[in-house]
Design a protein around this ligand. Structure first.
Ligand SMILES: Cc1cc2nc3c(=O)[nH]c(=O)nc-3n(C[C@H](O)[C@H](O)[C@H](O)COP(=O)(O)OP(=O)(O)OC[C@H]3O[C@@H](n4cnc5c(N)ncnc54)[C@H](O)[C@@H]3O)c2cc1C
Ligand code: FES
Length: 508
């Protein structure tokens, strides 16, 4: 993401500041042109780049936990000692500076040398790692393997035609036309060659030979593995209605899908979005930003009520209506004929094009064919290993034992997929790390972000702190007295604190 090009603010940290100025434990200053955050954690002082390497979130508003700092926007974490991005969604590390204490003052001097992180396991690393899928989980796994100095072969096979992309952006700024396409790739194209990650695009894996330990690629050579990671993600559900296969009816998963929708907006006046899901409504917001008339048709009474509850559902509906979206709720589309849509209620709508956002289905065919244990997803243990030793699964397909909700869950969240990819990579290297991150997702509608931490499939009550309509709120979803999840709008620090509390409550 691009950085703001304004002149640096705050004191010149090389000139020193009084210890007393570090009230609250953080102080934003600069070293030359670089914005630097001075941080106190216990007896230690640290200096680190002030903005997150994901989307430039202000770490001054983040949470310091031990020797890490967590970003307020999407909960990435950076090690204050060496700047390493220890938790996704940030992947790139930040610079850190040397801090000296002299005569009751703190001075930030030179930049620290980048430190290479290495693997901790003493067990021999595998020679051949094959990753099926190059989305959030697959990409994060490959990157983590190389970050840990894994010297073996990595082959990443993807049925996509584009290298790994920032998928959440495809329904947000990129689709709205407010961010350029060069923000979409997760890494520049030359990264894969330089990191010796053999990324093969347009490579559809048809089956896995678990005995011979190789994957069978459609129309290509078989690829042998010592360890295999499956990250095949999910695919949009298609509507079984007449007209659903028309050229002007789209789903949204890949960069190509997003490009195709953008192409449809040229000269178009009206779009219909079927489904009031996160992706459906983010798409509606993006199309409104492009000036199109947008109608949303969905069977539920309130958008997002199942995930966020009635009060937040009403807010989301009002927010979109304020921006001119027209809802047709408790209704469905039963047929599409050219530009005309017939609703179950008997109504008719016209649209230049249609977006279908009615949910996704995990891509399980490969795992099923290989005989891996399934249960509405690929069943993995706490180390993300499937029922077949040596084969791991991560991301939208994985159902894992979540220590927080104490249930086996499968979610469709970007940050969870990336973190699972990273944990799977460590376990492929023999580090034996359980996956215990608290699930987190965010969604963006116009200028309103919704952050959600935890996992609540049902709740007895929702405690609302603040004012949802004023866009300043925190909702606690309680089941049998336990807070299972927290959603917030513009209460980022409280959301981070809720995440920390859930980590501390684990096992309670
Ligand atoms: C438009 C959009 C916006 C989103 N916004 C958000 C958001 O704001 N916040 C959030 O938390 N989540 C969001 N999500 C969800 C998030 O993107 C997913 O949870 C995440 O991408 C899952 O990662 P994954 O690695 O499991 O799968 P994916 O990222 O889908 O990657 C799957 C990969 O597997 C490949 N593949 C599949 N089958 C095969 C095969 N047989 N052979 C070879 N390759 C194969 C695919 O080509 C792809 O490369 C969004 C999703 C979409 C589509
Ligand atoms: S901006 Fe920091 S995690 Fe997204």
């Amino acid at each position: 993401m691009a950085e703001n090009q304004s002149s640096p603010s705050g004191p010149d940290l090389t000139a020193g500041i009084a210890l007393s100025e570090l009230a609250g434990g953080k102080l934003l200053g600069h070293v030359g042109d670089a914005q630097v955050l001075l941080v106190q954690s216990g007896p230690d002082y640290f200096a680190i780049d002030a903005y997150c390497s994901h989307y430039h979130g202000p770490l001054a508003d983040g949470l310091v936990v031990g020797d890490g700092i967590r970003c307020p926007w999407h909960h990435a974490c950076f090690n204050l000692r060496n700047g390493e991005a220890t938790r996704a969604p940030a992947i790139n590390s930040l610079a850190t500076w040397k801090v000296e204490q002299r005569g009751g003052r703190l001075f930030v001097s030179r930049k620290n040398e980048t430190q290479k992180s290495t693997r901790r396991s003493k067990s021999p690393a595998p020679e051949n790692v094959v990753i099926v899928g190059a989305g959030a989980a697959g990409f994060a796994a490959a990157e983590m393997l190389r970050r840990k100095d894994f010297g073996g072969r990595i082959v990443m096979l993807s049925s996509d035609i584009s290298p790994p992309v920032d998928r959440p952006n495809l329904s947000k700024d990129y689709l709205a036309g407010t961010s350029p396409e060069d923000w979409v790739p997760l890494k520049p194209d030359n990264f894969y060659g330089e990191a010796k990650i053999d990324l093969r695009l347009n490579a559809d894996v048809e089956s896995i030979d678990t005995k011979a330990r190789q994957v069978v690629v459609k129309g290509g050579a078989n690829v042998a593995y010592d360890r295999l990671l499956l990250t095949t993600g999910a695919e949009p559900v298609r509507l079984p209605i007449p007209g659903a296969e028309q050229q002007n009816v789209h789903t949204l998963r890949s960069l190509d899908d997003s490009r195709a929708i953008i192409a449809m907006t040229k000269g178009a006046q009206r779009a219909v979005v079927i489904g009031a899901s996160f992706i459906g409504l983010e798409t509606a917001a993006a199309l409104r930003t492009r000036g199109l008339e947008v109608h949303v048709v969905a069977p539920e009474k309130r958008p997002m009520e199942r995930i966020l509850g009635a009060q937040m559902g009403d807010f989301v509906r009002n927010l979109h209506e304020e921006h001119g979206v027209v809802f047709h709720l408790e209704d469905t589309v039963v047929a599409i004929a050219d530009k005309q849509l017939t609703l179950k209620s008997g109504g008719l709508l016209t649209a230049d094009f249609v977006i279908v956002g009615v949910g996704v289905r995990p891509r399980l065919a490969l795992a099923e064919k290989a005989g891996l244990k399934l249960d509405r997803g690929v069943v993995v243990d706490e180390f993300l290993e499937t029922s077949v030793p040596g084969i791991f699964a991560a991301g939208d397909i994985a159902r894992w034992p979540d220590p927080h909700s104490k249930a086996s869950i499968r979610v469709e969240h970007w940050v969870v997929a990336e973190r699972q990819g990273q944990t799977a990579a460590l376990n492929i290297l023999g580090e034996g790390q359980p996956f215990d991150a608290v699930p987190f997702f965010w969604s963006q509608h116009y200028d309103v972000p919704i952050n959600y931490v935890g996992h609540a499939e049902q709740w007895d009550d929702i405690e609302i702190e603040g004012d949802i309509a004023a866009r300043d709120c925190l909702l606690r979803y309680r089941h049998k007295g336990r807070v299972l999840a927290v959603a917030s709008i513009f209460r980022d620090l409280a959301n981070l604190e809720a995440e920390l509390q859930m980590e501390r409550d684990r096992g309670a």
